[in-house]
Write a protein that binds this ligand. Structure first.
Ligand code: CA
Length: 492
């Protein structure tokens, strides 16, 4: 849950608005030099302002930051130069790994999800879809200290009034005893916990579902899942309805993508639309709008009210489609095919995190500084890809990590050491990688936030010198829902 104007806030979807300057220069503005005396004066003023009336002075003073955090102002003003294509966005977010994690979570939390479904009327897989996209099933919560971020945003640059309200609300959450102060970390803009609620959304919609008297969306999976269901319910979710479905347009169909222009299913039948597999449209949607994320030549969808409730979580249709698609794949319990039935209109489809990590590892092995291998194609990785493309005669040198680049670099850096590729890619454009990654998804080198606790939650695994290293890690989910990386020696 985030502020609508900032679609790049999501921890998991920070790659949406990636930018890449034409050279290696960063698109990110420099961190501003913020005056601390101005900051402290501002906080003095806030303390006595009407917005902070419900915050007692002990709480205000106790969590009052001694310094501002200029990096959040940098994030506030971050302007991506290039938007990511929708297929890149979806393939990085809805990949085999996340579907498998979702299926596992569905089994682990089956009883809780059943009780949530009967209480709020929200389908288990829809709750799981949100959880998976928002926080990778509780594994990625964000590490920025909330009070510092929100206090800084309250005193500098744009939207101060909005952030002052969120700052006050964050203090109230701690004052109420719902969340431990040390757990108040999150995204730069203040979204936190397994549901990534903003503090105002927390106060409005968080629920205590495990019955301990606290609404703990950081550490309690039942609280987080029930709060998500409550959010969807309060935003108009219709029990028993699907979110929508992938459809096939009749040949020659001309129509605009307009999710909000809802029509009856019989209307769409009369227009010649069918399910993507050619079956007639079912009658289980009250009304639906047409969604064409990549125009009439790509996958097409009819979406109903429940899709709109996903949309209200983050005000982005691609984001809502990721939730919808992930929930379908978790329902089907099939992680082998994460594509839609209709292909995206590109000859170079996107890749998942597994392939992204393999690219990052290959770049590291080739001597490029990409930072950490995290499966997120950020500015550093894109710059390195662009440099690699330039020095290997790959055109266009656009820094994009798609399937073609994946096959090229993996082929080029394979253990044989022979380099066979010049300025063309050899493999068929639409083939999926069969044997994807020398750096396997459990990570020869991954950095992952693995537990909701803010301490000791980062397992940073050192890069192995070659793909033949025998160090492997597997993820183990403990009964309380935390996930850990456990080293597994080869052969065991
Ligand atoms: Ca609780």
């Amino acid at each position: 849950m985030r502020l609508t104007p900032f679609s790049t806030l999501s921890l998991l979807s920070i790659a949406v608005g990636l930018s890449l300057a034409s050279t290696a220069q960063a698109a990110r503005p420099p961190a501003p030099d913020l005056s601390n005396s101005e900051f402290q004066q501002c906080l003095d003023g806030l303390k006595n302002s009407s917005k902070f009336r419900g915050v007692d002075s002990f709480t205000f003073n106790n969590y009052r930051p001694s310094q501002s955090d200029p990096s959040v102002i940098q994030s506030l003003n971050y302007q991506p130069e290039f938007q990511k294509d929708v297929w890149d966005y979806l393939s990085s977010l809805v990949d085999t790994e996340r579907v498998e994690d979702g299926i596992r979570a569905k089994r682990q939390w089956a009883d809780t999800l059943r009780r949530i479904e009967s209480r709020y009327g929200v389908k288990a897989e829809h709750v799981l879809g949100v959880w998976g996209v928002e926080s990778n099933f509780g594994q990625t919560l964000g590490k920025k200290p909330l009070f510092e971020s929100l206090a800084t945003l309250s005193c500098f640059d744009r939207r101060q009034s909005y952030f002052q309200g969120e700052y006050a609300n964050a203090l109230k959450i701690v004052q109420n005893g719902d969340i431990a102060p040390s757990d108040m970390t999150g995204s730069w803009a203040g979204a936190f916990g397994q549901t990534q609620f903003m503090p105002s959304t927390f106060l409005e919609l968080a629920v205590d579902f495990d019955g301990d008297g606290r609404r703990d969306l950081v550490n309690s999976v039942p609280d987080a899942l029930a709060s998500t269901a409550n959010f969807l319910d309060k935003r108009g979710y219709r029990s028993g309805e699907p979110w929508g479905y992938e459809v096939k347009l009749p040949s020659g169909f001309w129509g605009a993508s307009n999710r909000k222009d809802k029509k009856s299913i019989s209307h769409w039948r009369n227009q010649g639309l069918t399910l993507a597999n050619g079956s007639p449209l079912p009658s289980d949607l009250n009304s639906a709008g047409l969604l064409l994320p990549a125009g009439p030549d790509g996958p097409a969808f009819l979406v109903g009210k429940n899709f709109d409730t996903f949309y209200s979580y983050n005000a982005s249709e691609s984001y809502a489609l990721a939730i919808a698609h992930l929930s379908d794949l978790i329902t089907r319990e099939d992680s082998s095919k994460t594509d839609f039935i209709t292909a995206w209109p590109t000859d170079d489809p996107g890749i998942g995190r597994q392939e992204s990590r393999a690219i990052q590892q290959a770049l590291l092995n080739a001597g490029y500084d990409i930072g950490e291998v995290d499966g997120i194609i950020g500015d550093n990785t894109r710059t390195a890809i662009q440099q690699y493309q330039s020095s290997h005669g790959i055109f266009p040198a656009d820094g994009r990590a798609g399937q073609k680049f994946y096959r090229a670099i993996i082929g080029n850096t394979a253990a044989t050491g022979s380099s066979q590729y010049g300025n063309q890619y050899g493999q068929p454009a639409n083939s999926r990688p069969l044997n994807p990654a020398p750096a396997d998804r459990m990570g020869q080198l991954i950095q992952q936030q693995t537990s909701p606790k803010s301490t000791s939650n980062t397992y940073s695994v050192q890069p192995s010198p070659s793909p033949s290293s025998n160090t492997r890690y597997r993820r183990v989910t403990s009964p309380d829902g935390t996930v850990k990386l456990v080293r597994v020696d080869e052969g065991s």
